[in-house]
Design a protein around this ligand. Structure first.
Ligand SMILES: [Zn+2]
Length: 205
C-alpha cells in the first residue's frame, strides 16, 4: 500500500520477455505506432567451422540482422539479432553461425513461415504481407512452395502451373485451381480421395 491507502503506479523496470524463445536474450524493445523492434543476442549451439585446409576461426564482432516474426498486439514484430561474426584466419572468409529459430532461407522466424502456411488459405497474400511487414511476393513464394509440397505428396508428378502469379488472388482460388487440375473439381460428384485429404489439410469449407 502506498500513502493514503492508494496503490502506487506500476513502474516496470524491465520489459518482460516478449518473444518466448529460450535462446534469444532480449536486450531492448522499441515500440512504434505500428511495430515492435525487439533487440536480442542469441545463444548459439556451436561455432561455425571452416572447410579450408588451414581453418582458424575467431570471433570478429557482431552484425545486426533483422528477422521478421509473427505479429503481436496488432503490431508488426521485427527481431534485431546482434549476430556474432567469425573470421577464418586461414582463408580470410567471414562465417556466421545459424541463429536459432530462424528459417534457413527466409529472413524470418520458423513460426512466421508456419503462420503464412496456415493463413494462406484464408486470406489474401497482400493482407498477410501488410500485417507482417514483408512483400506479398515473399508470402506468395512461401505459400506456393508449401502447397506444392503438399500436392506432391498426393500426386507423383506436380505440374508447374501452381506458380501462377496471382499475387493478390485469395490463396483459396489458387488451391482450388490446383485441386481441379490434380484431383478433380470441387463440383465433381465423384469423391476424389486426394481432394478430401487436401480439403481437410487446408481446412477448406
Ligand atoms: Zn578458412
Amino acid at each position: 500500500m502506498g500513502q493514503g491507502g492508494r496503490m502506487p503506479a506500476a513502474t516496470p523496470e524491465k520489459i518482460p520477455d516478449m518473444l518466448n524463445l529460450l535462446n534469444l536474450n532480449q536486450t531492448a524493445v522499441v515500440e512504434g505506432p505500428e511495430q515492435y523492434r525487439v533487440h536480442v543476442t542469441a545463444n548459439y549451439m556451436s561455432n561455425p567451422e571452416c572447410v579450408c585446409p588451414l581453418p582458424k576461426v575467431v570471433k570478429n564482432g557482431t552484425k545486426e540482422v533483422l528477422f521478421m516474426d509473427t505479429p503481436m498486439h496488432g503490431k508488426k514484430v521485427g527481431i534485431l539479432v546482434a549476430r556474432q561474426r567469425f573470421l577464418c584466419q586461414g582463408c580470410r572468409s567471414t562465417l556466421y553461425p545459424d541463429v536459432p529459430y530462424m528459417h534457413e532461407k527466409h529472413q524470418m522466424t520458423n513460426r512466421l513461415v508456419a503462420y503464412i502456411q496456415r493463413y494462406g488459405t484464408e486470406r489474401t497474400f497482400s493482407a498477410i504481407a501488410n500485417e507482417i511487414g514483408i512483400t506479398s511476393q515473399t508470402v506468395s513464394d512461401i505459400w506456393n512452395a508449401y502447397a506444392r509440397e503438399q500436392l506432391a505428396k498426393l500426386a507423383p508428378v506436380t505440374p508447374e502451373w501452381l506458380g501462377i502469379g496471382a499475387d493478390d488472388a485469395p490463396a483459396n482460388d489458387i488451391l482450388e485451381k490446383a485441386i481441379e487440375r490434380d484431383v478433380g473439381s470441387f463440383e465433381d460428384d465423384q469423391p476424389a480421395e486426394g481432394r478430401e485429404i487436401l480439403r481437410v489439410h487446408f481446412r477448406l469449407p
